[in-house]
Every structure is written in C-alpha cells, then in structure tokens.
Design a protein around this ligand. Structure first.
Ligand SMILES: Nc1ncnc2c1ncn2[C@@H]1O[C@H](COP(=O)(O)OP(=O)(O)O)[C@@H](O)[C@H]1O
Ligand SMILES: [Mg+2]
Length: 268
C-alpha cells in the first residue's frame, strides 16, 4: 500500500495570502489593491515611508482590522476569524515592545502560557529558560524592563512572542530606535530563527539593511499601494526613480517628501 499523504502538521509554518485587499477608515482608503503571498517559512519584509500603510497592513494580517474589499487568509482560513490565529498561534511583536513593566523578564515570558493555561509551571520554566538562552537573555531573567537597554527590551519582546511557539510571527519595526550595531543584532536574530523554528515571518521595517540581510522577498509600499515587489536585490536595484529615492534619499532630491519621512521614524 502506498504511504498516506503527509497530513498538515501542527508544526509546519503557514502560508499567508492577500488578495485585492483594500482597507478604509470611514471614507478614507489607506490600502489599495494589495495582493501578495508569503510562502511557508519565508521572511517577508514590508517597507515604505512613514504613513504608507505598513502598520495597517500588519494589523489586517493578524485580524485586528477588517478588509473593506478583498481577503487575507492564513493557510486558507479567514484572518478575521480569531480561531484562525489561535490555530497557528500568530504573534505580533509591537514596535514599542509593550512589555509589562511591573513584571520581571521571566514573568513577562511566562505570562501568556500561564494566562492561556497551555502548560504546567514546570514546562513553562523549561520553555522560558530555552527561549531566554536562544536570545542570549539568560542573565536578564530577574531584571525588570526599566533596567534593560532598548536592544534588550526588543529581544525580550521577541522572546515573549516565541514562548507561544507561533507558526506566524509578525514584527512591527523591530529595529527602530536602536543604534546600527544593535539593529544588526536584532536582524541576525530574526534571520537565525528561520533556521531554528518552524515559523513564517512578516517584518515591517524602515531598515534597508535589515531587508537586505534577511528578507527572502519584500514589497515596498507608497501611499497604500505596492510600488515594488521581489527579492531584496530586485527591489533595491530597481532603476525606478521613486524607489531609488526611497532607498537613497541622499543622492536624489527631486522628491523631498521621502527625506522628511526617513529622518523622522514613525511613532506607530
Ligand atoms: N485607526 C485609524 N483610523 C484612521 N486612520 C488611520 C488609523 N490607523 C492608521 N490610519 C492612517 O492610515 C495611514 C497608514 O498608517 P500606518 O499604517 O500607521 O503607516 P506606517 O506605514 O507609518 O505604519 C496613515 O495615513 C494613518 O493616518
Ligand atoms: Mg507603522
């Protein structure tokens, strides 16, 4: 008898499909005609100037915002249905980290597993310990967020998401407000997780070094529309003037609005 076809494992990374997506707030449409796919296990980077719709797109992927047209599916299931995200344990790493300031690093990591009663305390201790080690945070377990550097806080925010063993991990500006060395470290960590975990990653970022070093594929948004898509090499080497302007604001001053947006990292 031939072997049974492989069943969809609980541990496989997920596919994200966005089709003809439009998102509006009242009469204002902020995302237009957005279509792309993120393949299982891929690192997909969404870039664009401040206000171009990156965070709105991320919130729509995780089901916090509803499309006014089109669809978002995760392994074929509607992203608006909370069960879809429960099934794949989607996790969003917020720009500001959103750590609990009154809890130690250890308790920040243990918070969701305890809350969701997904594991016994002994298992939680093991998982939290492993995750702290993975992110070189084992010496920070008893510290409080206010005692940590910006880079360490970002690492704790990533660690807290990883404890839930997500199959879909979304990051909003993971390297913002970090110096270049720390930003490179965070990029490396995101890249290395691909090898260690069964996870699909979507990363919103302003950081072209991050895109270049870890993206399998990327899109560039401008005013809520995709203006470039492909591998980092394809997008970054595009000869299109507006794309060159975004990535090299110093060498082309014909469209100064990008200068302003790049020198002022977005708050949200
Ligand atoms: N809740 C909201 N209500 C109305 N407009 C919003 C809301 N959230 C975002 N917007 C608008 O959508 C556009 C895209 O915002 P956002 O996705 O946050 O941009 P960014 O690319 O900087 O992350 C902006 O013009 C912003 O003002
Ligand atoms: Mg944003």
């Amino acid at each position: 008898m031939p072997p049974a076809p492989p069943s969809k494992s609980e541990d496989t990374p997920v596919r994200v499909e966005v089709e003809d997506l439009e998102v509006s707030f009242g009469a204002t449409t902020v995302l237009h005609d957005i279509s792309f796919q993120v393949d299982p296990g891929e690192i997909f980077v969404i870039m664009g100037p401040s206000g171009s719709g990156k965070s709105v797109l991320l919130r729509t992927l995780i089901g916090l915002l509803a499309p006014s047209k089109g669809s978002v599916t995760i392994d074929g299931q509607d992203a608006r249905n909370p069960r879809t995200h429960e099934a794949v344990k989607s996790a969003l790493v917020f720009q500001a980290g959103a750590l609990f300031n009154s809890l130690s690093v250890y308790d920040n990591l243990a918070f969701y597993p305890r809350e969701h009663r997904t594991a016994r305390e002994a298992e939680i201790r093991k998982k939290v310990g492993e995750t702290l080690r993975m992110l070189s945070l084992e010496n920070a377990a008893d510290k409080f967020p206010s005692e940590l550097s910006g880079g360490m806080r970002k690492r704790v925010a990533i660690a807290r998401a990883l404890v839930m063993e997500p199959r879909l991990l979304l990051y909003d500006e993971p390297t913002s407000e970090l110096d270049p060395v720390m930003a490179a470290t965070i990029s490396e960590i995101i890249g290395s997780l691909r090898a260690e975990l069964q996870v699909t990653s979507v990363v919103v970022s302003h950081d072209r070094d991050l895109a270049q070093s870890i993206a399998d594929r990327m899109i560039l948004l401008e005013e809520g529309r995709i203006v470039a898509a492909g591998t980092p090499a394809e997008v970054l080497e595009s000869s299109e003037a507006s794309i060159q302007q975004f990535f090299h604001p110093d060498i082309n001053v014909q469209q100064p609005r990008y200068r302003a947006s790049l020198s002022n990292p977005p708050e949200s």
